[in-house]
Design a protein around this ligand. Structure first.
Ligand SMILES: Cc1cc2nc3c(=O)[nH]c(=O)nc-3n(C[C@H](O)[C@H](O)[C@H](O)COP(=O)(O)OP(=O)(O)OC[C@H]3O[C@@H](n4cnc5c(N)ncnc54)[C@H](O)[C@@H]3O)c2cc1C
Length: 295
C-alpha cells in the first residue's frame, strides 16, 4: 500500500526544523523512517508534511565528558553498537543496540526516533530508564522560547506512542552517567522471532559494595504502556548479597509493580508475559552479577 500524499522538506539545522514544524500544523519529523514510514504506508497515520532531519550533523555523534555519555538523537543503532565509547561506558546500551531488529533497521533507525516513537515493544526506553538517562529537547514554545529543556527518562514516557515531546519540539540528545567499576548492568529480552521487538524486556543497573547491593534501578517493558520501574524489587535487592536465593525472592516481586495494564496478543498472552517478567529480570541480574556463568 502507498502512503497518502504528503509534502517533503529537508531541514539543514535544528532551528530550521523547529520553524518548519511550527509553520506547518500536523507536520512530523523524519529521522530513520523505520517506524514512521511503515505506519504511513499501512495508512495507520496520514501526515501532511515530513521534515527530514537526516542531514543535520549537529544531531549526530557520541562523546564522553565528565563521566557523562552523550549521544546525538540522530545516531543510528548501528553506530551505537560499533562505538567503543558506548561499549566501555554503557555496555548495557551497546549490547541492546546490537540486538535491535536486523542490519537494515540498525543502519537506518536512530536512538532519537526510537525514543520519540515510544513503541511499548521497543528496547531502548527500558534500558535508558535504568541508566537514569536525561533527554534534551529543543523547541520554540512559551517560556522555553528558543531554548532547550531536559526531561528524565522516568518522566518522558507517558503512554503507548505518547511522550512528553510537544508538537513543535525536537529531541536533540540523550545523556546518561557512565557506569562505574562497581556497577553491573544488563538487559535481557524475550524477543519476537520475526522482528526482535521485546515481547518481554528487563533491564537492571546494580551498584555493589563489599558484595552487598547498595543501589538498584530495575525496569521491565515490552508489555506495559511504558517501561515499568520495579520499585519493590529494587527495595528488596538493596542491602542484600546478590546470591541466587536473594535474587529469586526479589525478582518475583515484579508482579506487584506491574499494575493491571499489561498487554497480551496472539503471540503471547498478558498472563504469560507477566510470568516471564520475573524470569527475564532474574536472567538479567544473573548475567549482570556473573552468576549466569557459574550456574
Ligand atoms: C522490522 C523492524 C524491526 C524492529 N525491531 C526493533 C527491536 O528489536 N527493538 C527496538 O527497540 N526497535 C525495533 N524497531 C524499531 C526501530 O528501532 C525504529 O527504527 C526506531 O524505533 C525509530 O527510529 P527512526 O529513526 O527510524 O524514526 P522515524 O521512523 O523516522 O520516526 C519515528 C517517530 O519519531 C519521531 N521522531 C524521530 N526523530 C525525532 C526527533 N529527533 N525528535 C522528535 N521526534 C522525532 C518521528 O516524527 C516519528 O513520529 C524495529 C523496526 C522495524 C521496522
Amino acid at each position: 500500500m502507498f502512503a497518502t500524499e504528503f509534502e517533503y522538506q529537508r531541514a539543514t539545522s535544528v532551528s530550521e526544523a523547529i520553524q518548519l514544524l511550527s509553520n506547518n500544523p500536523g507536520a512530523k519529523i523524519l529521522a530513520g523512517g523505520h517506524s514512521l514510514l511503515p505506519m504511513m504506508k499501512l495508512r495507520l497515520t496520514s501526515i501532511p508534511m515530513l521534515i527530514d532531519i537526516g542531514g543535520i550533523n549537529e544531531l549526530r555523534g557520541i562523546s564522553v565528558e565528565n563521566n557523562i555519555l552523550r549521544i546525538g538523537a540522530l545516531t543510528t543503532h548501528a553506530e551505537i553498537a560499533e562505538s567503543y565509547d558506548v561499549k566501555d561506558n554503557a555496555g548495557i546500551l551497546w549490547e541492546t543496540a546490537y540486538g535491535i531488529g536486523d542490519p537494515q533497521v540498525r543502519n537506518r533507525g536512530t536512538i532519537g526516533g526510537n525514543i520519540s516513537h515510544a513503541d511499548p515493544a521497543s528496547d531502548l526506553p527500558t534500558v535508558l530508564k535504568v541508566m537514569d538517562a536525561k533527554f534534551t529537547i529543543q523547541g520554540t514554545g512559551g517560556l522555553m522560547r528558543g531554548g532547550s529543556r531536559v526531561v528524565s527518562a522516568d518522566d518522558f514516557f507517558i503512554g503507548p506512542f505518547e511522550t512528553d515531546l510537544g508538537e513543535n519540539e525536537i529531541l536533540t540528545a540523550i545523556e546518561m552517567p557512565v557506569l562505574m567499576a562497581n556497577q553491573h548492568a544488563e538487559y535481557a529480552k524475550m524477543a519476537h522471532p520475526a522482528t526482535s521487538f521485546a515481547v518481554v524486556g528487563a533491564g537492571v543497573v546494580l551498584t555493589v559494595e563489599d558484595d552487598v547491593c547498595t543501589a538498584a534501578r530495575v525496569a521491565v517493558g515490552g508489555f506495559t504502556p511504558v517501561p515499568t520501574r520495579g520499585l519493590t524489587v529494587e527495595q528488596a535487592l538493596i542491602g542484600k548479597v546478590l546470591n541466587e536465593e536473594n535474587i529469586a525472592s526479589a525478582t518475583i516481586l515484579i508482579h506487584g509493580d506491574l499494575g493491571s495494564d499489561v498487554f497480551g496478543d496472539v503471540f503471547a498472552s498478558a498472563e504469560y508475559r507477566q510470568a516471564m517478567a520475573a524470569i527475564e529480570l532474574k536472567h538479567a541480574i544473573f548475567h549482570a552479577t556473573g552468576l549466569a556463568h557459574h550456574n
